[in-house]
Design a protein around this ligand. Structure first.
Ligand code: NDP
Ligand code: GUA
Length: 482
């Protein structure tokens, strides 16, 4: 890895301001999904080290919450500046462990850093209220206080932004934080810790621990010192972690699976819809929870849309994300490839027609061809399950009510997209889609100013925006008799 600042490549955990190995010296290998090359070994820590990280966060809490919001803001702003100053190196580390093309990785660094910038400001605006009391001699005061030690488990698909999106509001509110990143992508998390150290975040306020997911997860969800737990990942694991948090009645936030519909009506701007589908479907090789999973196209524009999408997909340059010109990287692992292939095979067996891709890429390894299948129906697996890969299944529909019914026929409710130029339809469909986020005439909706999150089994809580910090504070009511 050619870094301008090689000291950003950390291979130890960051606990209580110290760089540490696992007690027993065990390690986990990190490999580059594009090349299979071994990049680093990181500590395989367990319950004992996790308890120490929680203890450090508990000890550091007092000093951090005693600082003024403005003092915390100055430190967070420094963290943001450092992240942007090292955007190129952080991008290279991210691409090397995760696979997404370098331009996308650098985009994620800026996106991740934007949450730190946002909450450096928002932390100063955690307002309370003074409410007229129930009697003339009473005043009701409402204040918001940091919830306490916060913990998080994050996934491999956004190794930087899924950490900053949780840590920034926590730290801005005056909480301390322990994160356990995915074992496939720990190096981005450790680089973030190095920059937290350089920014002057006090020891114990921000901790990164790598290692066994169930062992560490058990401590982070069951230790009573942790007051708030946040997770991004699959719905299956999320359910388990919510249950584990129940024993100590922790506040939880969950960003879980999606099954995003992407609807194109006859009155849409088809070129804009194709452009939106390209980014919504194929960003990060289809591995985001807000990726379009089901493309519903009205019959009048179905053939034109499929033809234009097929032409656009043919222009992808697949390869190692660090190579110039590459804009489509590998998948994360063999399980991911197998799931994409399973969904394609199921669709083909039930009458779907592959019009682009359809199989592993000639480059071999973890590369899969960007794929489009047409003549897809509700009977196929792709209608119900999240593919989390580069497969665009295109369904045909006739009527607005029919497609809204299909779109809502899922236990998930994270993101939905649609294209239409009819203002009445835009309002109706936006209101009728049972999703936490709806994008109209655009294929990308994530930004730090907006509340990111889902309804139904896609999760609990919101991240980003003025709403995101609410999860990291407790409301205290003080009754004042005068
Ligand atoms: N909402 C989203 O953004 C994401 C959704 N997904 C969905 O999940 C599917 C499977 O992906 P996968 O990576 O396996 O997702 P997981 O939900 O299994 O992994 C997400 C994170 O949870 C950790 N984890 C897994 N099991 C436990 C456990 N029992 N206790 C504590 N932590 C745990 C993982 O650790 P480890 O390091 O061991 O993997 C990782 O850090 C994808 O195909 C996709 O459909 C996946 C990732 C992100
Ligand atoms: O897949 C995810 O959970 C990360 C969301 C990506 C985004 O913020 O757009």
């Amino acid at each position: 890895m050619q870094l301008k600042d090689p000291s950003l490549l950390k291979t130890q955990c960051y606990i209580d301001g110290q760089w540490l190995n696992a007690d027993n010296g065990a390690v986990i290998a990190v490999t580059n999904p594009a090349t299979g090359e071994h990049i680093a070994d990181i500590p395989k820590m367990g319950a004992a080290e996790a308890e120490r990280a929680v203890a450090a966060a508990q000890t550091a809490l007092k000093g951090w919450q005693a600082k003024s919001a403005k003092e915390r803001s100055v430190i967070l702003r420094r963290w943001f500046d450092l992240m942007m100053a090292h955007q190129e190196d952080l991008g290279i580390i991210l691409t090397s462990e995760q696979g997404k093309p370098l331009a996308e990785a650098k985009g994620e660094i800026a996106y991740g850093a934007s949450y730190i910038e946002w909450y450096a400001e928002e932390g100063k605006r955690v307002y309370g209220d003074i409410i007229p009391g129930p009697a003339a001699d009473k005043r009701v005061l409402v204040t918001k206080q940091p919830i306490g030690v916060c913990a998080a488990i994050t996934p491999w698909n956004f190794p930087n932004a899924m950490i900053t999106r949780k840590a920034a509001p926590a730290l801005a509110a005056g909480c301390s934080f322990v994160v356990r990143p995915a074992s496939q992508t720990p190096l981005s998390a450790l680089a973030i810790a190095e920059l937290a150290h350089r920014a002057g975040i006090p020891a114990g306020v921000f901790n990164v621990i790598t290692g066994g997911s169930s062992e560490i997860g058990k401590v982070l969800t069951e230790d009573d010192r942790v007051k708030k737990f946040s997770f991004t990942g699959s719905t299956e694991v999320g359910r388990k972690l919510i249950a584990q948090c129940a024993g100590t009645v922790k506040k939880v936030s969950m960003e879980l699976g999606g099954n995003a519909p992407f609807i194109v009506f006859n009155d849409a701007d088809i070129d804009a819809a194709v452009e939106g589908a390209m980014i919504s479907k194929y960003r990060n090789a289809g591995q985001t929870c807000v990726c379009a999973n089901r493309l519903y196209v009205q019959s009048g524009v179905y053939d034109a849309f499929v033809d234009k999408l097929t032409a656009a997909v043919a222009k992808f340059s697949v390869g190692n994300g660090l190579d110039a010109g590459v804009n489509f990287g590998p998948l994360i692992d063999q399980n991911a490839l197998a799931k994409v292939q399973e969904h394609i095979d199921d669709a083909k067996a039930k009458g779907g027609e592959v019009v682009a891709g359809g199989q592993p890429h000639a480059l071999g390894g973890l590369f899969f061809q960007p794929t489009i299948v047409k003549n897809v129906t509700q009977a196929m697996k792709v209608a119900k399950e999240e593919t989390f890969g580069p497969l665009a299944p295109v369904f045909k529909f006739e009527h607005e009510d029919e497609v809204v019914g299909y779109a809502n026929d899922t236990e998930f409710g994270l993101a939905a997209y649609f294209y239409s130029r009819d203002i009445g339809r835009v309002v109706r469909v936006s209101e009728n889609l049972e999703y936490g986020m709806v994008a109209v005439n655009t294929g990308i909706l994530s930004n730090e100013a907006a509340p990111f999150g889902g309804v139904k089994q896609s999760g609990l809580g919101r991240e980003g925006s003025k709403y995101g910090i609410e999860d990291y504070v407790e409301i205290k009511y003080i009754l004042l008799a005068i």
